[in-house]
Design a protein around this ligand. Structure first.
Ligand code: M6R
Length: 333
């Protein structure tokens, strides 16, 4: 897993190779028929499992905020066992590292029977069933992922999703300047991730505090909430520490009751439009004597004290910040 965490700059570079140029997306990367198919799309349905599902939850924000299209996301094991109403012109999008996850594959087959007009897979294994059975495919080029815990497949999925967000956005009024901004952010991502990997040592120090803990709470808002969910999943899976993630605004509706000095609370807190709201939620945690560990930018203005530790991830641009903030949480796990 650690090897694969460190491979992320290269894996992202490879996933972008030949797909962006001069601040623009090269749409040919989706295949010859893609243009016509994407022209007719006005909504996205994402189905996936586990970490891939979390990538979908993050992309939902991008499809809505940047591409102006409706996007819903569902775990495959739920999708496949319920009745559906299919709205026409919806693209059925599956996300999978392996392309062989039984629930995701079953969901794709059901979607075709249900009459979804087109299917699209973002996948890491070229010869997988999911790739073979989907109309359109965008390969992540992470290379083999041997670790059970997904790391580079997650961040490369998020990169591939941003490319698709641009393609769909172009058809729904995305300004050229927005496309350029996203592409520039993607272009600098490998270097940015290299910087984040330098946090390994302070995070290893922080991890020592976790060794005797039995529970942890992860908080985020907006697209950082699924980042928090992914951080909690990694911690459970790798450290066998029970962890849950909440959208920070939900704290006061119940889970705050659990917070005390024994449960570390990890916040994913880049300097974005929800920062002030998040800070207000974190004050609720402090008021209950909770110990806060905040992953944030130096520009976010958190001041350390005995109950609040800050790991500075650096200022980040909006579109790629979920990718950047995922990496320190992988290191922590
Ligand atoms: O191969 P997939 O992406 O379809 O796998 C889905 C999940 O089993 C997977 O993402 C799982 O949650 C992660 N390996 C956990 O780290």
């Amino acid at each position: 897993m650690q090897k694969e965490i460190y491979e992320q700059p290269k894996a992202i570079q490879a996933t972008l190779e030949g797909r962006i140029n001069n601040g623009r997306l090269l749409e040919e990367c989706f295949g010859a028929d893609a243009g016509e198919i994407l022209d007719g799309i006005d909504a996205i349905k994402i189905v996936a499992c586990g970490t891939s599902f979390h990538a979908g939850l993050i992309a939902k924000h991008g499809f809505g905020d940047l591409a102006n299209v409706l996007c819903s996301v569902e775990v495959a094991s739920e999708f496949r066992y319920r009745r559906h109403v299919v709205s026409k012109n919806t693209l059925f999008l599956t996300l999978s590292q392996s392309g062989e996850t039984a629930d995701t594959l079953a969901a794709l087959r059901i979607a075709k029977k249900l009459g979804y007009k087109h299917t699209f897979a973002i996948c890491n294994v070229q010869e997988s069933s999911l790739v073979l059975e989907s109309d359109l495919v965008l390969m992540t080029r992470g290379g083999p992922e041997i670790g059970v815990a997904s790391t580079k497949s997650f961040t490369t999925q998020l990169v591939a999703l941003l490319l698709l967000i641009i393609a769909v956005g172009r058809r729904h009024g995305m300004a050229e300047s927005t496309e350029k901004m996203i592409v520039e952010q993607l272009d600098s991502l490998p270097e940015r991730i290299e910087q984040v990997l330098l946090l390994d040592e302070p995070i290893a120090e922080l991890a020592k505090q976790f060794a005797d803990k039995h529970h942890a709470l992860f908080l985020g808002r907006g697209p950082q909430y699924p980042v928090a969910k992914e951080g909690a999943l990694k911690l459970k899976e790798i450290s066998y520490i029970h962890a849950e993630a909440y959208p920070a605004g939900e704290l006061k509706h119940g889970p705050l009751a659990l917070v005390d000095a024994k449960m570390p609370v990890i916040a994913v807190a880049p300097n974005d439009k929800l920062l002030e709201k998040l800070k207000a939620n974190l004050e609720e945690v402090s008021a209950r004597g909770g110990h806060l560990i905040v992953f944030s930018g130096i520009d976010a203005g958190f001041i350390e004290d005995e109950h609040l530790q800050v790991i500075h991830v650096g200022p980040t641009e909006q579109a790629v910040s979920p990718i950047i903030y995922s990496v320190p949480l992988q290191l922590l796990a």
